[in-house]
Design a protein around this ligand. Structure first.
Ligand SMILES: *Cc1c(COP(=O)(O)O)cnc(C)c1O
Length: 377
């Protein structure tokens, strides 16, 4: 089976983890700061690492002080963690539909959905392509809103030659094995706003206050730490930070490989009437996490099964969040976000990862074409 995505672990990754295992700390040692420093240099912004992309979103929302009743505007075509973690802090989710050509949240839909209870606009860089940051920044500024960028797909992408991670109030990343780099499980939060980042960090470190200047109890010994608000254990262990360090050193190489696979697919389907590929905005230079194709909804299911039986690991990204039972019971319905629903009904993600062989890419392309040759003539 050709996996739709997979990690790329080399000898240097194994060495790096082995070295961490021989060290004094398995967690909360020097590898954490080293990884954070390397990430900071790469994205050009302050950041902290946590143990998943989900944890990063949860901490980021806490960082901007999401409270019960706050509204956040999100697209439906994302992994449910984008909404779940905000909901758990009491946010009300407002869905804005997407641009069907790019899969990115629609500019005018977001503008229409802003109310006086809106706290943040959440951008999801679908497939690795950044949203139109300049547009959303000025919109957010006019209404006094935060921008959260769920960049689980887009570490390594640039927007107008600026790295994703340095563009908005707070950005989150995931280092899950299929993502652009991996730590097994892991994630990060980036922000140039010191208050947001220190709140996120406190939340991800059990809420433990360690700065004596902030203590309510001034006369305890130097063992003392206090909790002023609850947090969780979202620490990323040193062992995994060691993997992150060696992975991040290879990100530009990974990006070039992903780009070349993207170009091969794009070219192969350019003049092929049965398949539409994603539109790319000229402002961006994405590190492609997914290669989505769009076909007639009547054959999507059949094509999916056909590719699977040809040994091709395909996926569908994503079932629209607002149609999950958890949101249906809050009153969301089919038809609420027509583009995101049509996007879902016609989409298939083809394999894309840095270990793909040319023959595998060719097999995927030929299998898609063969399916249409057999069924549509
Ligand atoms: C993967 C992903 C997440 C969650 O990341 P985990 O590391 O799996 O917790 C969040 N949002 C999007 C868009 C993702 O693709």
């Amino acid at each position: 089976m050709i996996p739709y995505g997979r990690q790329d672990i080399g000898e240097e990754d194994i060495q790096s983890v082995a070295e961490a295992l021989r060290g004094d700390f398995l967690t909360t040692g020097s590898k954490v700061e080293e990884f954070e420093e390397l990430l900071r240099t790469f994205i050009g912004n302050d950041c902290i690492v946590v143990n998943s992309g989900t944890a990063a979103l949860h901490s980021a929302y806490y960082g901007i002080d999401i409270k019960p009743g706050d509204e956040i505007i999100t697209p439906p075509n994302t992994f449910i963690a984008t909404q779940a973690t905000a909901t758990m802090l009491g946010a009300r989710i407002v869905f804005a539909d997407i641009d069907i050509q790019t899969g990115l949240i629609s500019r005018h839909e977001v503008a229409e959905k802003i109310t006086e209870r809106t706290k943040a606009i959440v951008l999801v860089d679908y497939a690795g392509q950044p949203c139109d940051i300049d547009f959303f920044t000025s919109l957010a500024k006019n209404h006094g809103l935060f921008i959260v960028q769920d960049a689980a797909h887009s570490l390594g992408s640039t927007y107008k030659n600026r790295q994703v991670g340095s563009l908005v109030d707070v950005t989150t990343f995931s280092f899950y094995p299929t993502k652009n780099i991996t730590t097994g499980e892991g994630g990060a939060i980036a922000s140039k706003n010191k208050t947001i980042l220190s709140r996120a960090k406190l939340f991800a470190r059990q809420g433990l206050v360690r700065d004596p200047n902030l203590f309510l109890y001034k006369n305890e010994g130097n063992w003392h730490q206090e909790v002023h608000d609850f947090g969780l254990n979202y620490r990323l262990p040193d062992i995994l930070c060691a993997l992150g360090i060696s992975q991040l050193k290879k990100i530009q190489v990974f990006k070039e490989i992903r780009k070349s696979i993207f170009e091969k697919y794009k070219k192969a389907f350019e003049k092929f009437d049965y398949v539409r590929t994603i539109s790319v905005e000229e402002y961006s230079d994405p590190m492609w996490h997914l290669f989505p194709i769009f076909v007639d909804r009547k054959v999507r299911g059949d094509l999916f099964r056909y590719l699977q039986s040809a040994g091709i690991g395909v996926r569908v990204n994503y079932f629209p969040s607002h149609l999950h039972p958890v949101f249906r019971k809050q009153g969301f319905e089919v038809g609420d976000c027509k583009n995101a629903e049509a996007f879902y009904e016609t989409e298939i993600s083809l394999p894309i990862h840095t270990r793909m062989k040319s023959s595998e890419i060719e097999h995927v392309i030929q299998s898609v074409k063969l399916f249409f040759g057999e069924t549509c003539t």
